[in-house]
Design a protein around this ligand. Structure first.
Ligand SMILES: Nc1ncnc2c1ncn2[C@@H]1O[C@H](COP(=O)(O)OP(=O)(O)O)[C@@H](O)[C@H]1O
Ligand SMILES: [Mg+2]
Length: 245
């Protein structure tokens, strides 16, 4: 069975302790979110899980057949056009150029880009379009595990919902497992099977929340209702330093 297993992970940058004793397991078909405030070590944790940063102490064992990563910032190559940016991972995987281009065009259209955008370079794209390209690039390779670092945080509400809907469709068909990092509780409640709450200084997990209703059955009312519940939780209030007065 494919899974990602994190055990007793600690991390420092210089003398600063960033993460303390992080352990969790992400099983196949599951969406696991790590939610916490900015600066809490979420991106660092995701980098360690995705092997983009060396593990100092503890272990990360990833037995998923394939994975891809959507970065918090879009990280497109400025000298490649939309389609060539999307096709990068496919070509790296060994797809023939013509096949890679065809798959990239198909997913670009699905992600709301238009044919007239295909030849454009990143400098000529709006922020939202860049994020569509970035997300398409991560998904076109059909990864069994997707690492997502706040890919929706800079988007307007319409585009956010559109891209989330694509992801929810894949999640519901059990096509993908996701390790999702966000500071947005509502977003986490919409997408996750399980939420781990990461408190800062140093980042450590203080609580878990489980959501059993299938993602494609969760409407706004469900998300608002569950958010209202979770916002009463003392650990949530403390972690986000919320002032509910
Ligand atoms: N490469 C690095 N070198 C030194 N400090 C870093 C580095 N990357 C991140 N940090 C620091 O680690 C802390 C956690 O950062 P990060 O993992 O990006 O948090 P989050 O994604 O939750 O906002 C921050 O204080 C940040 O300044
Ligand atoms: Mg981050």
């Amino acid at each position: 069975m494919e899974k990602l297993e994190v055990k007793g992970l600690h991390h420092h940058f210089g003398f600063t302790e960033i993460l303390r004793d992080i352990s969790f397991t992400l099983d196949k078909g599951e969406v696991l979110s790590i939610v916490g405030p900015s600066g809490g070590g979420k991106t660092t944790l995701l980098h360690l899980c995705a092997d983009l940063l060396d593990v100092e102490e503890g272990s990360v064992t990833n037995s998923f057949a394939s994975s891809s990563y959507a970065f918090q910032e879009d990280r497109l190559l400025p000298w490649k056009n939309v389609i060539d940016n999307i096709a990068l991972g496919l070509l790296a995987k060994g797809d023939k150029k013509s096949v890679a281009i065809e798959k990239s065009q198909e997913i670009a259209l699905k992600f709301g880009l238009e044919e007239e955008d295909f030849e454009k370079f990143p400098k000529d794209l709006s922020g939202g379009m860049k994020q569509r390209v970035s997300f398409a690039r991560a998904l076109v390779v059909k990864p069994s595990l997707l690492f997502l670092d706040e890919p929706f945080s800079a988007l307007d509400i319409g585009l956010k919902k559109e891209l989330q809907a694509i992801l929810i469709e894949m999640i519901s068909k059990k096509e993908i497992s996701v390790l999702f990092i966000t500071h947005d509780l509502m977003e986490a409640i919409r997408l996750s099977d399980e939420i781990l709450l990461l408190k800062a200084d140093p980042g450590h997990i203080v609580k878990k929340f489980q959501y059993d209703l299938p993602q494609d059955k969760r409407d706004d009312k469900y998300v608002y209702g569950e958010s209202a519940k979770i916002l009463q939780d003392d650990e949530i209030i403390d972690t986000f330093e919320l002032e509910l007065r």
